[in-house]
Design a protein around this ligand. Structure first.
Ligand code: PMP
Length: 439
C-alpha cells in the first residue's frame, strides 16, 4: 500500500478488510496529496462532546482536534445552524442583522483599536486577505515568517508555509526567523534572538531591494513544534518590525478562541498590538467560517480602493454558528476552564518527565501543550521514531493526539476545551502507558 499517513506508512498487515477498501477508494478518488493519521487509520463515524466514535462503536478521547473545540456536535451550534438554515442562507450583499450582531460581539472580544472584521471561509483565505491588505497598505511585498511555519493553502500563503516540506521552496520575498524555542535556545535568549532575527530579516530584504510588507506569526508556533515561549518574548521583535513600517499579522487560527487559557486570543500573552488578526478553525466549531479583524485605518485603506465579496464568507448560517460558539465560550466559562484544565495537564505531564527520560521538555499555554521527546537529554537529539510510537500507541488505547515540529518529535496535545479534569487524567495516564512501550 503506497499511502503515507501523517506519521508513517499504513501498516497494511494490521488493517481490516473494510479499512483497506476505504483506503484504496480514497487513493483512487482523492489522490496522493491527502494523508491519513495513524498506522491504523481511524474510521470516524460520529462525534459527541470530547469523544469520537469509530465504525465499531469504540470511543476515542479527542485531544487533538481544535475545530470542534467546544465539543463535537455541540447542541447549541447544531441548533443555531438548523434554525438559521430553515429561514435564510444567502450572502453579504443584502442587509442582514445577524452578521452585524455577530461582528459586534466578536469585535467586543478585542481591544478597541481592532475595530473592523471581514469574513472568509478558511484560515488560508484569511491569511491571504491579510497579506493583500498588508501589501496594499505598505506598498511592499516582503514577508517575515518563522522557519517551520504553516499558514495555509492558497498559492501566496503556501509560499509562507515551509512546513509543507522541501518541495515548498521559499520565494525571494520571504525571510524566516527562529521561533521562540525556549528549550533549545534558552528561555532568557529567545526574546533578544527573535528581535535580532527580525532585524536581520528586514535588513536582508532591503539589501535585496525588497520592501517588507508584513510579519506573519502563529502565536503558539504550532508547526514549529508547539512553542508558546515565555510571555512577551516576541514583543520586541514585533515592535521593531512595526517601527520599520511592516504590518504585524497575528495568525490566531491555532491559538484563538480561548485555546491558550484565560486569554481569548493567543497574542495577548505576548503583549503585542497586531495590525491584523486572522481567525479560523474553532470559529464555527466545524462550520467553515474564518476572517480577519484589523485596525480600521488599515482595513479601510484597502477597502476604499478594492471591492471585497466572498460568496460564502459571513453567510447567515456560518454567522449563527459563530455566534453560538461565542455564547458557549462565555456561558460555559471555557476561558477559565482552559486555564484550569490546561494547568492540570501541564502539571501531570511534567510529573511524567520524572519517570520517562525520553521527555526532554513539557510546555504549553492553556489547552495547547507540547511534550518534546529526545533520545538523550544532554544532546537533545530528537526522538522522532519514539514520538510516532507514542502517538500510534495512544490511538490504540483510545486517545487521539499528534506530533509536530521540524523533526515530528513533539507530542502535540490540543484537547477539546470541553475537557474535564477526569478527561485530563485519562490523557496523562495514556501518555504514561504509551511512553512505557516506546523505545
Ligand atoms: N494558520 C495556521 C496557524 C494553521 O494552523 C492553519 C491550518 N492548520 C491555517 C492557518 C489554515 O487554515 P485553513 O486550513 O482553515 O485554511
Amino acid at each position: 500500500m503506497s499511502m503515507i499517513n501523517g506519521f508513517t506508512s499504513a501498516d497494511a498487515t494490521r488493517l481490516s478488510a473494510s479499512q483497506r477498501r476505504l483506503i484504496e477508494r480514497r487513493e483512487r478518488l482523492l489522490g496522493p496529496a491527502y494523508r491519513l493519521f495513524y498506522e491504523r487509520p481511524l474510521h470516524t463515524v460520529r462525534g459527541e462532546g470530547v469523544w469520537l466514535f469509530d465504525e465499531q462503536g469504540r470511543r476515542y478521547l479527542d485531544a487533538y482536534n481544535n475545530v470542534a473545540s467546544i465539543g463535537h456536535c455541540h447542541p447549541r451550534v447544531v441548533e443555531a445552524m438548523h434554525r438559521q438554515s430553515q429561514v435564510l442562507n444567502t450572502h453579504t450583499r443584502y442587509l442582514q442583522e445577524g452578521i452585524l450582531d455577530y461582528a459586534e460581539q466578536l469585535l467586543g472580544t478585542f481591544t478597541d483599536d481592532l475595530d473592523r472584521v471581514m469574513f472568509t471561509c478558511s484560515g488560508s483565505e484569511a491569511n491571504d486577505l491579510a497579506l493583500r491588505i498588508a501589501r496594499h497598505c505598505t506598498g511592499g511585498t516582503g514577508v517575515i515568517i518563522t522557519r517551520f511555519a504553516y499558514h495555509g493553502v492558497t498559492a501566496d500563503i503556501a509560499e509562507l508555509s515551509p512546513s509543507l516540506g522541501s518541495a515548498m521552496v521559499l520565494p525571494a520575498h520571504v525571510r524566516t526567523v527562529r521561533a521562540p524555542d525556549a528549550y533549545r535556545l534558552g528561555a532568557e535568549n529567545v526574546a533578544p534572538m527573535f528581535a535580532a532575527d527580525v532585524r536581520a530579516a528586514i535588513d536582508d530584504l532591503k539589501a535585496h531591494g525588497i520592501r517588507p510588507a508584513a510579519i506573519l506569526l502563529d502565536g503558539i508556533f504550532s508547526s514549529d513544534g508547539v512553542l508558546p515561549g515565555p510571555a512577551g518574548c516576541i514583543a520586541e521583535g514585533v515592535a521593531l518590525a512595526q517601527a520599520e513600517g511592516l504590518l504585524y499579522i497575528a495568525d490566531e487560527v491555532q491559538p484563538g478562541f480561548a485555546r491558550t487559557g484565560l486569554n481569548m486570543w493567543g497574542f495577548t500573552r505576548h503583549n503585542v498590538r497586531p495590525d491584523l488578526v486572522t481567525l479560523g478553525k474553532p470559529m464555527g466549531n466545524g462550520q467553515p467560517i474564518a476572517g480577519i479583524v484589523g485596525r480600521s485605518q488599515v482595513v479601510d485603506h484597502f477597502g476604499r480602493s478594492m471591492r471585497y465579496f466572498n460568496t460564502f464568507g459571513g453567510n447567515p448560517v456560518s454567522c449563527a454558528a459563530g455566534q453560538a460558539v461565542l455564547d458557549v465560550i462565555r456561558e460555559e466559562h471555557l476561558q477559565q476552564r482552559a486555564h484550569h484544565i490546561g494547568s492540570y495537564l501541564l502539571d501531570g505531564l511534567t510529573r511524567l518527565a520524572q519517570r520517562h527520560q525520553m521527555i526532554g521538555d513539557v510546555r504549553g499555554a492553556g489547552m495547547f501543550l507540547g511534550v518534546e521527546l529526545v533520545t538523550d537529554r544532554a544532546t537533545r537529539a530528537p526522538a522522532a521514531r519514539q514520538a510516532r510510537q507514542v502517538v500510534n500507541a495512544m490511538r490504540e488505547q483510545g486517545v487521539l493526539i499528534s506530533a509536530a515540529g521540524p523533526h515530528q518529535n513533539v507530542l502535540k496535545i490540543r484537547p477539546l476545551l470541553a475537557f474535564t479534569q477526569a478527561h485530563a487524567q485519562m490523557l496523562v495516564e495514556a501518555v504514561d502507558t504509551a511512553m512505557q512501550g516506546a523505545c
